[in-house]
Structure formats: structure tokens, C-alpha cells
Design a protein around this ligand. Structure first.
Ligand code: SF4
Length: 215
């Protein structure tokens, strides 16, 4: 199930691609930071500081992934996440094949990679990293203008300073995509976000999959 954001609640098939170029303080998918032998667009020296040994479970080409999906239960939605899925050179091709196959595709990205490589019709959920993430300011500003109807900007906030940052960031911007703020689990009360976004075109984003304990 898509557990958060605009499309929350839709049953989906989740494709999680390994490796991430960021090290967010609240990351709950640390094992996705590792990688090996892959065709990374990023500098492979990023792997040098890993404090653990984890390798991608399966290496598959885009067409192998699509073939695999076609032989399984066919959920209408595909959630492509990571790690950072846009670090992989083949991701745009994979998304293209999935869209051609009739799936709706939502890509979650940390905002540091060029989203213009994704084909038309891709739904994009892009993070803007907040100060408490320790990865603040690393998004590509050019990406923001590429987000439109059906896409979303997400701020993950751990404290009221992060909420201040998100509201300041949005000031004066004309956005055609949706905007949401989510609390870091067990760090910030969702109600605090709610009180701060009253009267604004911002959604409170809750991780429903955590509440349901399904992923
Ligand atoms: S961008 Fe996502 S996967 Fe990468 S470190 Fe941050 S939270 Fe973890």
C-alpha cells in the first residue's frame, strides 16, 4: 500500500532500489545506503564510508523487473523508492516501461537528482530536506519548477524549527504541485504541524503504513 502522501491508501507494488547519496539523521532505511557493482550515476566513492556490509539483494534489468511484475498479482500502482531511485541510470527506462505497461508510477526522490529524466506521466514525490535532517540545502532548485499537478513536495520535520523552515521556504512561491509536511516518527506531534498549517495549502502527511504496521 502507498503509505503516505497524495496517493495514500492505494494498493501498490513497491520497488525499492538500493543506495542513497544522503545520510539523513532520521533515515529508517539505512540498509539502502549500501551498494555494489551497480551502474551508479553518482561517484562510487560514496560507498567508502559505509559502516556495514550490505549488498543489493537482486540485480535485475528494467525489462526483467517488468516481466517479473507481469507474472505476479498486478496492482495498478507502482511505488518506486529507495534509497534514492534516481541514482540509477536505468530508472527512467524502467519507469517508461512501467507506464507503457499500464501502471501508474509514483517515484519518491530526495530532490538531489535531476527529475527531468523521468518520462511524462510519472507522479513524483520530492523531498525538500529540512535543517534537522543534516542534509539541508542539497535539493536541485530547478526541480521545483518541473513539479506539477499530481506531484508533491514533502517536508519531513523533526521539530518546530523544521516547520519554520518549511513555511519560510514556501513563502512567495507559486507552486502547482501539492505540498505536505510530515512529522518524524516519535519526534514531533502531528497536531503541532496541523496548528501551523491552518489556512495554508499544505497537507499534514502521516505515515499510515506505520500505523497499520504493514511496512
Ligand atoms: S534521502 Fe531517504 S533513503 Fe536517503 S538517507 Fe535520507 S531518508 Fe534515507
Amino acid at each position: 500500500m502507498i503509505g503516505e502522501g497524495l496517493y495514500t491508501g492505494y494498493p501498490c507494488t513497491l520497488i525499492r532500489l538500493s543506495h542513497c547519496n544522503l545520510r539523513c539523521s532520521y533515515c529508517d532505511t539505512e540498509f539502502q545506503r549500501a551498494g555494489d557493482n551497480g551502474e551508479y550515476k553518482c561517484d562510487e566513492s560514496l560507498d567508502a564510508n559505509l559502516g556495514f556490509d550490505w549488498r543489493p539483494q537482486v540485480e535485475m534489468s528494467p525489462s526483467e523487473i517488468v516481466l517479473n511484475l507481469e507474472t505476479r498479482m498486478k496492482q495498478p500502482w507502482i511505488l518506486l523508492t529507495g534509497g534514492e531511485p534516481l541514482l540509477w541510470k536505468d530508472t527512467p527506462e524502467l519507469v517508461r516501461l512501467l507506464l507503457e505497461g499500464g501502471w501508474k508510477v509514483l517515484v519518491e526522490t530526495n530532490g538531489t537528482q535531476d527529475i527531468s529524466v523521468l518520462p511524462a506521466g510519472t507522479r513524483i514525490a520530492m523531498d525538500i530536506k529540512t535543517p534537522s535532517s543534516n542534509e539541508f540545502g542539497k535539493h536541485l532548485e530547478e526541480n521545483i519548477a518541473l513539479l506539477g499537478h499530481g506531484d508533491e513536495i514533502r517536508f519531513v520535520c523533526a521539530d518546530s524549527g523544521d516547520i519554520d523552515f518549511a513555511l519560510d521556504f514556501l513563502k512567495g512561491r507559486e507552486l502547482s504541485c501539492a505540498v505536505s509536511i510530515s512529522p518524524v516518527y516519535d519526534s514531533l506531534e502531528p497536531k503541532e504541524i496541523l496548528t501551523r498549517i491552518m489556512g495554508k495549502k499544505i497537507r499534514l502527511n502521516i505515515q499510515v503504513h506505520r500505523i497499520l504496521e504493514i511496512a
